[in-house]
Design a protein around this ligand. Structure first.
Ligand code: NAP
Length: 239
């Protein structure tokens, strides 16, 4: 339970679902963990620190990175997990909904990397894990903006990985399949049943199964892993 002792980790979108499980798993492995989400109310994390951060806000990122560096001196792990979905197909998608999804899922990931990477370079390295999706590589009908942004996360991660490889800043994307969270609970039951029925293991995944992959990528066990796509999807993309 000490795979991350001495490391400082920041997790976005950690108020619930996958992000919360990631924050809890990083903490359990010994990382000083800072959980963030848009909510200004601390969602009772116990020993895990919490601070509000809207990933689409440059001002918020600068404040949070400054606060973490002042308090702890370094940031070793950044998990860009915050994400939202809009279900509309391309020809019905409103500009406002497109922009919201892009701001959170794509610009948010880019801003996080931009604000944290200079410090990781100065301190001699770090690990960034960007949460994409199976929908970053494959498509189902609808959710056009979500697909666009998750594909962007996949390729932004590869660009950052090769750009900062010699500075020991590792950047990987993680691609969950269908995971039971408040996000998927809010989806139409028939959509959920369809995706699960198409999953070779025949079941939904759980947030802790994604968190386990994040812990590996964050740890020194993954010291030669950068630019990779870790797929945790019950076999969905293998078809
Ligand atoms: P979730 O249950 O809806 O949780 C999303 C979290 O992100 C919440 O804590 C939310 O809190 C936060 N958030 C939303 N917008 C934000 C913003 N602008 N700035 C900061 N935080 C924000 O979703 P989830 O299912 O755990 O998904 C987590 C990630 O996994 C997302 O990137 C999602 O696309 C990806 N993913 C999920 C699945 C799945 O099946 N569940 C599959 C593939 C990929 P606030 O609203 O309080 O800010």
């Amino acid at each position: 339970m000490n795979r991350l002792t001495g490391k400082v980790a920041v997790v976005t979108g950690a108020g619930r679902g996958i992000g919360r499980a990631i924050a809890e798993a990083l903490h359990a492995e010994g990382a000083t963990t800072i959980a963030t989400s848009r909510s200004s109310a601390d969602p009772t994390f116990g020993p895990i620190e919490y601070t509000p951060l809207d990933v689409a806000s440059e001002t918020d990122w600068r404040r949070v990175v400054g606060e973490v560096l002042d308090a702890h001196g370094h940031i070793d792990v950044l998990v860009n997990n915050a994400g939202i979905i809009a279900y509309d197909p391309l020809h019905e998608l409103a500009m406002e909904d497109w922009q919201k999804v892009v701001a959170t899922n794509q610009t948010g990931v880019w801003l996080g990397m931009r604000e944290v990477i200079p410090h990781m370079i100065t301190q001699g390295g770090g690990s960034i894990i960007n949460i994409s999706s199976i929908w970053g590589s494959a498509a189902v009908g609808g959710a056009h903006a979500y697909h666009a942004t998750k594909g962007a996360v996949r390729n932004m991660s590869k660009n950052a990985a090769i750009t900062y490889a010699t500075q020991n800043v590792r950047v990987n994307s993680l691609h969950p399949g269908f995971i039971e969270t408040p996000l998927t609970d809010a989806q139409a039951a028939e959509v959920n049943a369809y995706v699960v029925s198409q999953t070779p293991m025949g079941r939904a995944g759980q947030p802790h199964e994604i968190a386990a992959g994040v812990v590996f990528l964050a740890s020194d066990e993954a010291s030669f892993v950068t630019g990779s796509e870790l797929v945790i999807d019950g076999g969905y993309l293998a078809q």
